[in-house]
Design a binder for this molecule. Structure first.
Ligand code: HGY
Ligand code: MN
Ligand code: MN
Ligand code: MN
Length: 423
């Protein structure tokens, strides 16, 4: 019979967690000219990522866990439960960053998971199920061009051979970089389906701070569309070429940027968010009309139908523009994920546990993509958000969450995971 008295609540060691976050932050640290702050640059499968991976694996082993690496370089560490035959409860996130990153995006969920295991050990807690910690390869997608790569392979959305063949700007493939850094793991380390997955992550937005709480229970993730648009025009003399004779690729690209903002402001596409994060002209000379323009278009929308209409209208706008400007356009699909609603039950476990702990929270949909959106295809999944300072700004060295908020988020993670591992 179940022991009626609930187990004592777990409290994690917030200072130990903070020290680990600050130590990991130093790997790939750089002086960011734009902010005057120390940023973190740890692109997937670079030497910095390799060094960070080895430090995290060392911490996993020091926490008594056996570690394994799968074929896309995802790393899993297991804390055995009483009944090894049962599916595990998995916690994780990522340790790769964008090129101008901060100390918390991804790392909080990975180091938080290790802190949960240490806390369980120190409390002498034995769980029914195995508990696993992990980190997924290339969540940011900045280097190889598609985000959530490792978790998408785990969930079967991206085939392994397709993932292995992705290349960076220098033409190096994921497979080559896995071998070069030694993170090309084993097929027999593929992940069995978990019982549940919970990811702790900074919110990277303003919702929790505005509500005056440290923690959020995440209801789901909005849809993501990444496309590369290349405009092929014609180089010509900037001085002698009459306006009506031009095939100006740069002009067309600029008009696309303006149209994207108009679409967001129009309200015709719900809460559409559009970002042109990269834009480059060739031959990039002051007195030469650009012969080509290459740009990435990142669209986000909490409603799939609005995303579908936005992509369709954008494509039509670009076709009309191209005809008028006498240029040719080329679209390349980089990433596309639909809205992912998280498990109601896991959200309830998180909310009930937060109430037991007396930790204030709000529920929120995630504006950012996360590994949890992929693992959600495998098992009941939800996330714990941690509030950020400065409006939750992220993907910049200004990213910051205070120690108390980090400790509250990981404390919630610890107690919820313990409950899920005993069911
Ligand atoms: O793009 C995203 O939303 C995530 O940070 N990779
Ligand atoms: Mn992240
Ligand atoms: Mn990120
Ligand atoms: Mn092996």
């Amino acid at each position: 019979t179940q022991d009626p008295t609930p187990p004592p609540l777990l409290r994690i060691d917030g200072e130990r967690l903070w020290a680990a976050l600050m130590q990991l932050k130093e790997i790939g640290a750089y002086d960011d000219a734009a902010t005057g702050l120390r940023g973190v640059r740890r692109l997937a499968l670079t030497d910095e990522d390799d060094r960070a991976r080895r430090l995290v694996v060392q911490w996993m082993r020091e926490a008594g866990m056996a570690v394994r690496v799968d074929e896309i370089g995802n790393v899993y560490a297991v804390r055995p439960g009483r009944d090894r035959s049962l599916p595990c409860v998995l916690m994780g996130s990522h340790i790769d960053t964008v090129a101008t990153g901060g100390a918390f995006d991804g790392t909080l969920g990975v180091l938080g998971a290790i802190e949960v295991v240490r806390t369980l050990d120190e409390a002498g807690v034995a769980t029914l199920r195995d508990i696993e910690c992990g980190f997924f390869t290339d969540e940011e997608g900045v280097r190889f061009g598609t985000d959530m790569l490792g978790s998408a392979v785990t969930a079967g959305r991206i085939p392994l051979d397709h993932a292995h063949a992705l290349t960076d700007d220098a033409g190096r493939t994921v497979a080559e970089e896995l071998v070069r850094t030694g993170w090309d793991g084993d097929a027999h380390h593929r992940r069995p389906t978990p019982h549940a997955y919970v990811e702790c992550h900074i919110e990277q937005g303003p919702i929790l701070a505005a509500a005056g709480v440290d923690v959020g229970v995440v209801t789901g993730v909005q849809s993501i569309s990444w496309q590369r648009l290349t405009v092929h025009g014609e180089a010509a003399h900037a001085g002698t070429t009459p306006i009506e004779h031009r095939h100006d690729a740069g002009l067309v690209a600029a008009q696309v940027v303006i149209e994207l903002r108009r679409m967001c402001d129009s309200g015709d596409y719900g809460r559409l968010r559009a970002t042109v994060g990269t834009l480059g002209f060739e031959p990039a000379q002051t007195n030469v009309i650009p012969s080509s323009a290459r740009m990435t278009i990142d669209l986000r929308n909490p409603v799939d139908d609005h995303m579908t209409v936005a992509e369709k209208d954008l494509a039509r706008f670009v076709d009309d523009l191209a005809a008028a400007a006498g240029v040719r356009v080329e679209w390349e699909r980089m990433a596309k994920t639909a809205v992912v609603p998280f498990s109601r039950r896991i959200q309830d476990v998180l909310a009930e546990t937060a109430d037991e702990l007396g930790i204030g929270y709000v529920t929120a949909m995630s504006g950012a993509g996360h590994d949890a959106q992929e693992i959600s295809a495998l098992c009941p999944t939800a996330m714990v958000f941690v509030a950020g300072e400065h409006g939750g700004i992220s993907h910049t060295p200004r990213e910051y969450s205070d120690p108390r908020a980090c400790a509250n988020g990981v404390t919630l993670l610890a107690n919820a995971v313990r409950r899920l591992a005993d069911e």
